[in-house]
Design a protein around this ligand. Structure first.
Ligand SMILES: Nc1ncnc2c1ncn2[C@@H]1O[C@H](COP(=O)(O)OP(=O)(O)OP(=O)(O)O)[C@@H](O)[C@H]1O
Ligand SMILES: C[C@@](O)(CCOP(=O)(O)O)CC(=O)O
Length: 488
């Protein structure tokens, strides 16, 4: 694929709307929604022989040079002149190039790299808190203010100091970087990034999943990388054993990279089942400025599960049934739309201007209203169980401050459901609202916007993301992405 035209590959961020904690166990599944906010990796040929230069122009001090050696095997070395390190980028380069060497032969890879590479990485504004930008522009924290911030806005800080919003920046970054390299080095064809079921996409998944685990120093559930590769879906994790051999030992890694990461390795047992939010709805995310430490929440919940397995398993089974029912109900709504779009569209317009407790009248003889009402009730039960898990494990999964914010949000007209994403804590919420075709009067999204921007008890800032319907990794045209070409 090496050519003079830049190769641009994007990957979406994620929101785990159901299945936090449970998704760590292959016996359960999580419902993950991919976001319109994406990471973009641009690869261009450079004139620096066997040198790879990587830039992240949104950050201070974020340019790294690497030299590539080919004898006795492919080795990527960071230049001693780099003023900072980027472990995620370095490991992605080292392991993707090594795998490409195994797949295509070291000679071929050294030919492709004979001119060197210039790589530019950017993330949509949503991945990083835009509070400071909005303040500098004198704008309120609303959805419309966000659209006036320049794309890929400079953050004015180094990567180490940036305030992330929880959309999975490192997973989206690794996936777009790894996939763009696999494409550039001819390991996968462009079709892999267009066709949802192409084998090359599965390879991009396995390689990204491994490198993300290696960079994070642990084998997590991997739902974030999976969303970055495949888009919204119902995710069941892989058994961690598949990666164990590659995690610690450099020697084993050098020998077994391709055989472990190959799509023919049957030890990859993760499952990706289709999911999408219902038509004429919109997810709205908020960054809440009261960070919590996900690893410590996870550690405590898993410790509680070990100590009190009977109670924990009963709670997890009940939660899983609710999570799967929520996914099924939301998917059923897409079916109802396909069967009778007119009824569906009309019902959404009606429900959009009333509160969830008034939907039961329509629900009696309208399957669309009944399913939306059910989706509301199930997600409230999920919140209840997540709070119960929090209090049993002694961790703030949906702390009282977030309960108040969510209750106030969900009681607005036209709001279907909501919750704390992923591991929960203080730092984010999501809500699902109607987005009717017929936009008369105040819209549900505007009600949420106005509630959040005037909310006094917590510092809430919306994100601009909606659900990405483009299924995961995407091959882009540099001219079609606003603000990208100017950064190259
Ligand atoms: N724009 C970028 N350019 C280069 N590297 C980046 C960029 N954004 C993130 N990274 C890499 O990802 C690392 C952050 O990973 P970490 O796992 O802490 O984030 P995360 O959990 O994915 O965050 P969040 O889910 O809040 O977005 C950074 O230290 C850096 O190595
Ligand atoms: C708690 C957990 O299930 C989800 C964490 O998700 P998030 O980073 O809070 O979006 C951990 C994991 O799946 O890796």
């Amino acid at each position: 694929m090496a050519s003079n035209a830049p190769v641009v590959v994007s990957s979406p961020g994620k929101v785990l709307i159901a299945g936090g904690y449970l998704v760590l166990d292959p016996a359960y599944s999580g419902v993950v929604v991919s976001t319109s906010s994406r990471f973009y990796t641009v690869i261009q040929e450079s004139s620096n022989k066997s040198t790879i230069r990587v830039r992240s122009p949104q950050f201070e001090n974020a340019q790294w040079s690497y030299s590539v050696g080919f004898e006795p095997s492919i080795a990527v070395e960071a230049s001693s002149e780099n003023s900072s390190k980027n472990k995620f980028v370095h490991l992605a380069l080292q392991n993707t190039l090594a795998l490409a060497g195994e797949a295509r032969g070291v000679k071929k890879i050294s030919e492709i790299l004979s001119k060197g590479l210039d790589i530019t990485i950017v993330g949509d504004n949503d991945f990083y808190s835009q509070r400071a930008q909005l303040e500098a522009l004198g704008l309120p924290r609303t959805l419309s203010s966000l659209s006036s911030i320049q794309p890929f806005s400079p953050q004015g800080v180094s990567l180490a100091d940036v305030h992330k919003t929880g959309l999975g920046s490192s997973a989206a970054l690794i996936t777009s970087l790894v996939s763009s390299l696999l494409l550039y080095l001819g390991v996968i064809p462009p079709e892999a990034l267009k066709d949802e079921t192409h084998e090359g996409r599965y390879l991009a998944h396995n390689v990204s999943q491994f490198i993300h685990c290696l960079a994070q120093g642990k084998i997590g559930s991997g739902f974030d990388v999976s969303a970055a590769v495949f888009g919204s879906h119902i995710y069941t994790r892989f058994t961690p054993a598949v990666l164990e051999d590659l995690m610690g030992d450099d020697e084993k890694r050098a020998r077994a990279l391709l055989s472990v990461l190959s799509t023919s390795n049957k030890a990859w047992d993760h499952r990706v089942r289709p999911f999408a939010l219902p038509p004429l709805t919109r997810i709205i995310l908020a960054d809440v400025d009261a960070g919590s430490d996900t690893p410590s929440l996870v550690g405590k919940v898993l410790k509680w599960r070990k100590e009190d397995p009977e109670k924990a398993n009963a709670l997890w089974n009940a939660l899983d049934t609710l999570n799967q029912t929520l996914a099924k109900t939301l998917l059923h709504l897409s079916d109802l739309y396909s069967k009778d779009g007119t009824l569906y569209t009309r019902t959404v317009s009606e429900l959009a201007s009333s509160k969830h407790d008034q939907w039961s009248t329509q629900a009696a003889d309208n399957a669309v209203a009944a399913s939306f009402s059910e989706a509301h009730q199930i997600s409230e039960k999920i919140r209840e169980k997540m709070r119960e898990m929090g209090s049993l494990a002694g961790v703030p999964i949906e702390p009282p401050e977030q309960t108040k914010l969510l209750d106030a949000s969900i009681s607005q007209s036209g709001v279907i459901s909501g919750g704390v994403p992923g591991a929960g804590g203080y730092d984010a919420v999501w809500v699902l609202v109607f987005d009717p075709v017929d936009k008369q009067g105040q819209q549900p999204a505007e009600r949420i916007d106005s509630l959040w921007s005037t909310y006094k008890e917590l510092d809430v800032s919306p994100l601009s993301a909606t659900e990405s319907k483009a299924k995961g990794i995407h091959l882009e045209d540099v001219n079609a992405i606003r603000g990208l070409k100017e950064l190259l």
